[in-house]
Design a protein around this ligand. Structure first.
Ligand code: SAH
Length: 352
């Protein structure tokens, strides 16, 4: 039993079963026992590996896309260069290295990292020393300025609520107790305004998920982009519409029981990109599979250029990393990219 299991059990005994959103919030961000607050989750030694940790090309290509679009919009200065949930800071370090040669880009940029975990803020500070990052606790705290922003595997970490269709209502998945054990259960079905629009495309027993925290984040980004210009590139696994149970735990690069060791496994759910796009009020959006986007941004040429300097196992692992990011059977189609940009502005690079 983890310390968090005991805390959660006490809470459930006192107040009844809790939603998956409440469960995820405690597991991921509890100040003493939360996953992101206490553990080094990323990389080969951690529980999962993300695109920027797979290859430097990911951050280079996305960074150049941001800088190209900054030029396309007339190089607004000053502007905010931001990332949501920067993890170890690898993506932003690659962005800054790749954009060094873009005239005026670094001079105009104020770097802001939106990060909840104090431990990860320190790691990011080390990775980005020299670029004077500032930290914000939420997207609502980003400066009112033109905004060029990346978010990779951020939205999948935001807490979700899960519902099963029952008649014209929805039964919510909850975490309760059987003895000392955390168990999943279902609350009695009730109508739900937030899922009214899903009555048309679901049948009895279908599962859908909503992420109440996502829309406020997106509208904070969209209001800055609509007013001052900019571009947000959001990459994550998921699809246009939430369908099915996607709540999952990863531990040591393998799927785990999400209730078994709260605080010790990463918990995620697929991102509903249609809901994200709908929350981007006043902005235009574009959508592409990650593989197609990276191809369009030139990952083929970049792979070859880097390969020319490599041989043996380093070459093999570089080529494998390029495939992993783009191939349909790997991350190429499971992961999607959403671009948020000003209405009437040109289409962002890679989203033609
Ligand atoms: N983008 C990184 C890390 C992804 S993990 C990469 O691709 O490698 C998710 C990141 O989001 C972590 O840095 C985590 O601490 C942060 N995070 C999770 N929930 C958050 C929240 N509610 N507010 C701010 N940051 C959050």
């Amino acid at each position: 039993m983890t310390p968090l299991t005991r805390l959660l059990a006490r809470r459930i005994r006192a107040g009844g079963p809790i939603t998956l959103a409440d469960y995820m919030t405690e597991c991921l961000l509890h100040p003493e026992h939360g996953y992101y607050t206490t553990r080094p989750p990323f990389g080969a030694a951690g529980d999962f590996i993300t695109a920027p940790e797979i290859s430097q090309m990911f951050g280079e290509l996305l960074g150049l896309a941001l800088a190209q679009y900054w030029l396309d919009l007339g190089a607004p200065a000053p502007f905010t260069l931001a990332e949501l949930g920067p993890g170890r800071g690898t993506l932003m370090a690659d962005v800054l290295r790749a954009t060094r040669a873009v005239p005026g880009f670094h001079a105009a940029a104020g770097l802001v990292l939106v990060e909840a975990s104090p431990r990860l803020r320190r790691v990011q500070g080390d990775a980005l020393a020299g670029f004077h990052p500032k930290w914000a606790g939420s997207a609502a705290d980003l400066p009112q300025a033109p905004l060029f922003l990346l978010a990779n595997e951020f939205f999948d970490a935001l807490p979700i609520r899960q519902f099963t269709r029952a008649g014209e209502g929805w039964a919510e998945t909850v975490v309760g107790l059987r003895g000392d054990q955390l168990v999943l259960g279902r609350a009695p079905p009730a109508p739900l305004a937030a899922l009214e629009h899903r009555l048309a495309d679901t049948a009895q027993g279908d599962v859908v998920e909503i992420c109440p925290a996502a829309a406020p984040v997106m509208s904070a980004l969209a209001s800055r982009i609509a007013t001052g210009g900019g571009l947000a590139l959001i990459l994550d696994y998921g699809d246009r519409l939430s369908r099915g149970d996607t709540f999952q735990a990863l531990r040591g690069h393998a799927y785990a029981d999400p209730l078994a060791e709260p605080g010790r496994a990463d918990l995620t759910a697929h991102v509903d990109f249609a809901a994200l796009a709908a929350a981007a009020t006043g902005c235009a959006t574009a959508f592409a599979p990650q593989g197609a986007l990276l191809q369009d941004l030139g990952i083929g040429a970049r792979t070859e250029a880097l390969a020319a300097r490599l041989s043996g196992p380093a070459l093999q692992s570089h080529l494998a990393a390029s495939r992993r990011l783009t191939a349909p059977q790997e991350m190429g189609t499971l992961f999607k990219a959403l671009a948020v940009f000003p209405q009437g502005a040109p289409q962002p690079p890679g989203f033609a």
